[in-house]
Design a protein around this ligand. Structure first.
Ligand code: C2E
Ligand code: MG
Ligand code: MG
Ligand code: MG
Length: 280
């Protein structure tokens, strides 16, 4: 009895596995088509200066407009894109789109682009970034590159030299999702970051958990000592914003200031504090 049950289990497991594999293959094929047919979209989420509340730029976040499944968020396809190498053309598309869009914004606004560790293995990534800047006319000072520490874990030496090259032409470097993963403090001194982005898990319940405040306050002190700025991600409430302001965080990003939106939905007229209006 137990033998046949075991065999049945095995069959079911096997079928479930091949179904999963098939679904994966379909998704991979679909993603390949999506890149070729321009079904990927770049949405933009603002980040603000905590002291003044003025918008300072937008983070570019990719979405997949799937013909039958609707709008798919990146958490559902970036891992697959990384495993299959498709994140290379995907990443180049996002970078080019973001630079081209940002070139048309008021000049005080920056654009932040996420790079996958897989893209760092491409020998021509530096040229790809330079070409995106040159073709769009966006000054390098208005481009921020966001990476997670996983980029630094592997190939630390080579990637260090690469980040120095980016910084050398004026691009800003941000360490994304700080506080998750290993978050070795040695990364902060060893690599030339301009900005630390504190992961949104520390912002959640910030107002209820004194421990989160202590961590954020320590990161702010550390960043100041290293001449870096600090962004808080995932700010959703007024209370969180006030708390972050009191803690000395420089920039904030989150639903409180705006969700990621297609470029057509972003309005550039409003802020009276913009340098453009000041100049006028
Ligand atoms: P990330 O770079 O840390 O981006 C921030 C994520 O937090 C975004 O999720 C954003 O929509 C979400 N978020 C922003 N404000 C709030 C908030 O107030 N509350 C909550 N709960 N969430 C908020 P999204 O767009 O789903 O992107 C997820 C991740 O996918 C990104 O995390 C990034 O790691 C990756 N990703 C997105 N676009 C790209 C891309 O073009 N290339 C690569 N390599 N990765 C990307
Ligand atoms: Mg990011
Ligand atoms: Mg993040
Ligand atoms: Mg993330």
């Amino acid at each position: 009895r137990s033998k046949s049950a075991g065999r049945n289990c095995f069959t079911i497991y096997d079928e479930a596995m091949s179904a999963e594999l098939e679904a994966r293959n379909t998704l991979e094929g679909d993603l390949r088509d999506a890149i070729a047919r321009c079904q990927l979209e770049v949405h933009y989420q603002p980040f603000v200066d905590v002291l003044t509340g003025a918008r300072r730029g937008f983070e570019a976040l990719v979405r997949w407009r799937h013909p039958t499944r609707g709008l798919i968020p990146p958490d559902q396809f970036i891992a697959l894109a990384e495993e299959t190498g498709l994140v290379v053309p995907l990443g180049e598309f996002v970078l080019r789109r973001a630079c081209a869009d940002a070139a048309g914004w008021p000049s005080e606004l920056a654009v932040a682009v996420n790079l996958s560790p897989i893209q760092f293995k491409e020998p021509d990534l530096f040229e790809v970034i330079c070409a995106a800047l040159a073709d769009s006319g966006l000054p390098p000072q208005r481009l921020e590159i966001e990476i997670t520490e996983s980029v630094l874990l592997e190939r630390g030496g080579e990637n260090h030299a690469f980040l120095e090259r980016l910084k050398g032409i004026g691009i800003e470097l941000a360490l994304d999702d700080f506080g998750t993963g290993y978050s070795s403090l040695s990364y902060l001194t060893a690599f030339p970051f301009d900005k630390i982005k504190i992961d949104k898990s520390f912002i959640r319940n910030l107002t209820q958990q004194p421990r989160s405040s202590a961590i954020i306050s320590a990161i702010v002190t550390l960043a100041r000592g290293l001449d870096m700025s600090v962004t808080a991600e995932g700010v959703e409430t007024r209370e969180e914003y006030e708390r972050l302001k009191a803690l000395g965080v420089n920039f904030a990003q989150g639903y409180l200031f705006g969700r990621p939106q297609p470029i057509e939905r972003i309005l550039f007229d409003a802020p009276a504090k913009s340098s453009r209006l000041d100049a006028a």
